[in-house]
Design a protein around this ligand. Structure first.
Ligand SMILES: [Zn+2]
Length: 480
């Protein structure tokens, strides 16, 4: 008997518990993928498994729905593996232990993987249920979503007939998500020429900034440490003379940098430190509501000869830090408070022959994303910098007329007497990969109430799972 065996709808929780017993961290997809195939075989359903371990299972329409257009039900098979200190679990081989606490299911000392195991369980329950009314169903279980939507990217979309999809990878039933961002990485390399100079090295650091996710937090007033350092160096250059040795800030494209350090060489170390501190005080007052923990450090580390950046190089560097676009560029006119286009300089790094910068670009409109890349290319090419782009993922654009969105709103209202919020996110979802491949795509992303996903506190609401399962079944029954 499982921990969840007396919960209803029984099939949903039984499948969820079975999935939890199979190790399925990102990168470890073989067993769970085979479990889906066995499930299809047992239920006499058509299936397809590819090299990336994605699984597609098709269930014919129920009686009376033979002429209805098919629909994709989609979730991802992998989970983020996190454990408490001291936990002895081996995620490669062990399943996780479930605990029930009131309305919540959580795991003993680990992530739960309700993101996104509960979607797979609900879809299996629908596939196995012979009583439900529904159009032809194409269930799509993708792999390695959490490490870059790898499975979805490799899926052969020509296996699918549907032009509409329910993605069940969201965490709040009171929200229906209708668009996500696309994005790319943009690298620029500012060539460095150096000269030998003599002087005292001063290390200047800004730190204590809030940082955060470059998509989700880009609109919350967080200060980018790299640009802050650019502003400080520019102010310094008007007050005293120095040369830049190096500048480094941030270590991930998709995180807003929380600190940045510049090493400079000068014959006036006291003036440099005094000017740096007085500029930092001015900025502290300016940003204190947004960045209450902002602090800085300025200290000398020795005197001697050093290779400093030639003026031409440091000019390019400061032009970049004063003039390059960064942060929110455009808000959506369709969805309130949605950032439509943004970028974040996540890495600024001094290497031997170049200062490299990495921007994470995002837009919920593919043309705006392409134009942003173009704009940065022109900006950096004008300074003779080499550029490189990669890591493209497509946006899922907002659709004015969405049958699925309206139907979800109607069924959610019927069930709860409340109206769900229509939202879009400024980050990637697998829906974008499908939207790029399927013309006239109609899609929503929904899901039961979950908290603290990707952490050991992850928990799933039982009632909310029941509620959303019922809403999905009622939606399917309406899609004649
Ligand atoms: Zn997920």
């Amino acid at each position: 008997m499982g921990v969840l065996s007396e919960l209803n709808p029984q099939a949903v929780f039984t499948y969820f518990e079975a999935l939890c017993h199979i190790p399925h961290g990102s990168g470890n997809m073989g067993k769970i993928s085979d479990f889906c195939v066995e499930f299809a075989e047992k239920n006499g359903l058509w299936f397809y498994q590819d090299e990336a371990n994605n699984v597609i299972i098709k269930k014919p329409a129920s009686c009376g729905y033979e002429y209805a257009a098919p629909i994709i039900l989609q979730g991802h098979l992998d989970m983020v593996c996190q454990k408490e200190e001291g936990s002895t679990i081996q995620f490669e081989t062990d399943g996780i232990d479930l605990v029930r606490e009131g309305d919540y299911i959580r795991a003993k000392g680990t992530t739960l993987g309700a993101d996104n195991g509960i979607a797979v369980a609900m879809i299996m329950a629908i596939l196995a249920d012979k009583e439900l009314s529904h159009p032809p169903i194409e269930a799509v279980f993708t792999t390695d979503e959490e490490i870059g939507m790898i499975g979805a990217g490799k899926l052969d979309m020509s296996v699918l007939q549907s032009k509409r999809m329910l993605n069940i990878d969201s965490e709040d039933p009171a929200v229906v998500t209708v668009s996500c961002a696309g994005g790319s990485d943009f690298w620029a390399h500012i060539p460095v020429s150096r000269e030998q100079r003599e002087g005292t090295t001063v290390v200047l650091t800004v730190k204590g900034l809030r940082g955060g996710h470059s998509g989700v937090e880009i609109n919350s007033g967080r200060v980018n440490a790299n640009f802050l350092m650019g502003r400080l160096l520019h102010s310094l250059s008007k007050a005293c003379s120095f040369d830049i040795i190096s500048i480094d800030g941030g270590d991930k494209g998709n995180a807003i940098p929380v600190s940045c350090t510049a090493k400079v060489l000068t014959t006036q170390p006291e003036q440099v430190i005094a000017a740096f501190e007085s500029c930092a005080v001015v900025i502290r007052d300016e940003i204190k509501s947004r960045e209450p923990e902002f602090s800085w450090l300025a200290e000398t580390t020795g005197t001697g000869v050093a290779d400093v950046m030639a003026k031409e190089t440091s000019d390019k560097l400061l032009h970049t830090l004063l003039l390059a676009p960064n942060g929110v560029l455009e808000m959506s006119a369709d969805i309130e408070n949605l950032v439509e286009t943004s970028l974040n300089m996540g890495i600024l790094k001094t290497e031997k022959d170049a200062v490299s910068v990495l921007f994470a670009l995002r837009s919920n409109k593919s043309t705006a994303l392409a134009f942003l890349e173009e704009k940065l290319t022109v900006f950096f090419n004008a300074m003779g910098c080499a550029i490189k782009t990669g890591g493209h993922y497509p946006p899922w654009e907002y659709k004015n007329d969405s049958v699925l969105r309206d139907l979800y709103i109607e069924k959610y209202r019927e069930k709860t007497d409340k109206t769900p919020r229509v939202e879009a996110i400024h980050a990637g979802l697998e829906c974008g990969v499908f939207a790029a491949a399927i013309p006239d795509f109609d899609c929503i992303s929904i899901g039961p109430e979950m908290h603290d996903i990707h952490t050991v506190k992850e928990r799933l609401s039982i009632n909310s799972t029941k509620e959303i399962y019922e809403i999905i079944c009622r939606m399917l029954a309406d899609l004649k």
